[in-house]
Design a protein around this ligand. Sequence first.
Ligand code: COA
Ligand code: MG
Length: 294
Amino acid sequence: MSKILRSLLFVPADSEKKLAKAGDRGADALLIDMEDSVLPDRKSTGRELCAEFLKTTGTASQIWVRVNPLDSKYVLEDLEAIIPLEPAGIMLPKPDGPVDIETLSRHIERLERKHDLPEGNIKILPVATETARAVMSLNLYARTYLPRLIGLTWGAEDLATDLGALTNKDNTGNFAFTYQMVRSQTLLAAKAAGVQAIDTLYDDFRDQDGLRARATAAFTEGFTGMLAIHPAQVEIINQSFTPTQTQIHHAKAVIQAFADNSGAGAVSVNGKMTDIPHLKQAQNTLALYESYKD
Ligand code: COA
Ligand code: MG
C-alpha cells in the first residue's frame, strides 16, 4: 500500500523563496504547483524552477507536482519536463472524471518508456471535484482500473466557478450545502475505490484553532490527510491525522475486551455496547498509528 499522506503542502513553482525551505517544513508531501498559483507569463519559469527543485533538493517529504489541466496548452510541456525527474506523483487539476486519469496515465507511461524509467512508480492524485461533470463521475472511480491512483481530494473554488456561484460559503461562513455534499461524496468515492481520502485546504491560514478543529473533524470522519497552503499548517495537520493517545487507549481497551471474552460478538467497554465493527475500527486505529511510528 502507498504511504499515507497526512499533510500535502502547496508551494508555488515560480517562488524561489518558498521553494528554498519547503523541504524542511515536515510535510509528508510537497505539491509544487505549476497551475493556479503561477500566472501565464510565469509558467516557463515555474517549470524550470520545479525541475531544478526535483534535481537538487534532498528532503524526507515526497515531492509531487501539480501540472496544468489536460485541456491546457501547458500540460504536455509540463509532463515532458517533470516525468524524467521521477516525482513521487502528479496532482491533476480539473479532471472531468476517471477517464482523464486514464489519459494522464498513458502520457506518464509513454514518458517512462522514453526515459527508461521503471513503469508505474509515479502515482496520481486528482482534484476530483473541480467541475460539475467531475462530481457526477465520482462514483466511476471505484469501477475503473487506475493502478496509479493513490487518493482523491476535492476543491471548492473551481467548482463554484463552474457552477456559476457567487460564493461557496453559506451565511455562517461554512461551506454551503452543495460543497459539504461534494466533500462527503469524495470521502465515499475514495473509500469505495480503496484509496486515500484527502480533505481540501483551509484557506484562513492564520487561524490555527479553526484549522485544528476542521482537521480533527475530518480525521474522525475517515479522511486520512489534508491539503496545506502555508508551512504553519503542516504540524497541526500531521498531529490531527495521527490517532491521539486517548484514541489509542480506547482502541486497546476494545481489543482487550474481545480477548477477555472470547466467543462473544458483543462486549461492554466503559459501559457501552461494543461489537465487531468497533473491533475493526480499533484495529484500524492501531494499524494507522503503527504506520506513522517510523
Ligand atoms: N510553501 C513554502 N513556504 C511558504 C509557503 C508555502 N506555501 N507559504 C509561505 N511560505 C514561507 C514564506 O516565504 C515565509 O518565509 P520566510 O520565513 O523565509 O520569509 C514564511 O513561510 C512565512 O510566510 P508568510 O509571510 O506568513 O506568508 P506569505 O504572505 O509570504 O504567503 C501565501 C501567503 C498564501 C501567498 C503563501 O502561503 C502561499 O503562496 N501559499 C501557497 C499558495 C498556493 O500554492 N496555492 C495553490 C493551491 S490553492
Ligand atoms: Mg484551482
